[in-house]
Write a protein that binds this ligand. Structure first.
Ligand SMILES: [Cu+2]
Length: 285
């Protein structure tokens, strides 16, 4: 059954646009990160299979409604049937196979995405804070402290924001990146839309994201966990660039004197596990 299905899908999908091929998921193709093609594959395959199940189900319902409708002059109940073993076995087994199949493919994909690198090329620690972001480039020992994005005073468009105030996370293309996610106050969520993945930032706990950005470009990011009054302004950008451009950016931070790491001493909650009792010294460094 798989072979003719594959042939049919190839023929049908050959006429598709890129947007249709990726199931209208955001992004300009499957290779934004090393994970995006797998996620798109899982999504597109799932809805094609489920659309097939839906079409068969709707078809059978409509067929039964039309063929077995009450006709003129009919009275009483139709013949009452029960216990059809083949049909009952069929409609128990098929959904079970589908559910187990979807579960297995999803678990497999998730395991690939969640696997941590033994030795990532780039390590960045990202702090979410109400309502902006801090980035610590751990290997290079430099940092960037974001401020909340500002409204664009010169624009007539309501809600327009000043693009130059976005915090920007720089990443070199083609390198394995590990992002450590932290929060300074409440639960936030780190979401780069076109990377097709988001993960919560939880106070007192470190979460990790591991991926290889594969396409140079600028990608929109936002907080995906309602975190207070200006949650909707908690935006950022990810700039994926060549190694040379990345090195130049890191150097520019160093020249600005932004060396070191802005760590837990800037947290709004000073009584988190692992942070310890706040002292004056810890706030001075
Ligand atoms: Cu937030």
């Amino acid at each position: 059954m798989a072979a003719p299905l594959a042939v049919m899908l190839t023929v049908v999908l050959a006429g598709c646009t890129q947007q249709q091929l990726q199931g209208w998921m955001p992004g300009d193709g499957p290779d934004t990160t090393n994970h995006t093609s797998g996620i798109m594959g899982l999504w597109v395959t799932s809805w094609i299979v489920l659309l097939g199940v839906g079409a068969i189900t709707w078809g059978l319902i409509i067929w039964a409604v039309i063929v077995y409708r009450r006709r003129k002059g009919q009275t009483g109940l139709p013949a009452q049937l029960r216990y059809n073993m083949p049909i009952e076995t069929f409609f128990t087994a098929v959904p079970l196979i589908l559910v187990l199949g979807f579960f297995a493919f999803t678990a497999q994909e998730q395991q690939k995405i969640e696997a941590r690198a033994d030795n990532p090329d780039v390590k960045v620690e990202v702090f979410g804070k109400r309502w902006a972001w801090d980035f610590n480039y751990l290997d290079e020992d430099v940092y960037y402290q974001g401020i909340q994005i500002q409204p664009d005073e010169n624009s007539d468009v309501r809600g327009a924001v000043d693009q130059s105030t976005f915090p920007v996370l720089h990443l070199p293309v083609g390198k394995e990146v590990e992002i450590a996610l932290e929060s300074r106050d409440v639960i936030h969520s780190f979401w780069v839309i076109e990377f097709l993945y988001k993960k919560d930032m939880i106070p007192g706990k470190t979460n990790y994201m591991t991926f290889v950005p594969e396409r140079i470009g600028e990608f929109e990011g936002k907080c995906a966990e309602l975190c207070g009054e200006y949650h909707s302004m908690m935006l950022f950008k990810v700039k994926v660039e060549s190694q040379e451009d990345y090195d130049a950016y890191i150097e520019s931070l160093r020249e600005e004197g932004k060396t070191g790491r802005v760590g837990g001493e800037y947290d709004a909650n000073s009584n988190q596990p692992g942070v310890g009792v706040p002292t004056n010294e810890s706030h001075e460094d």
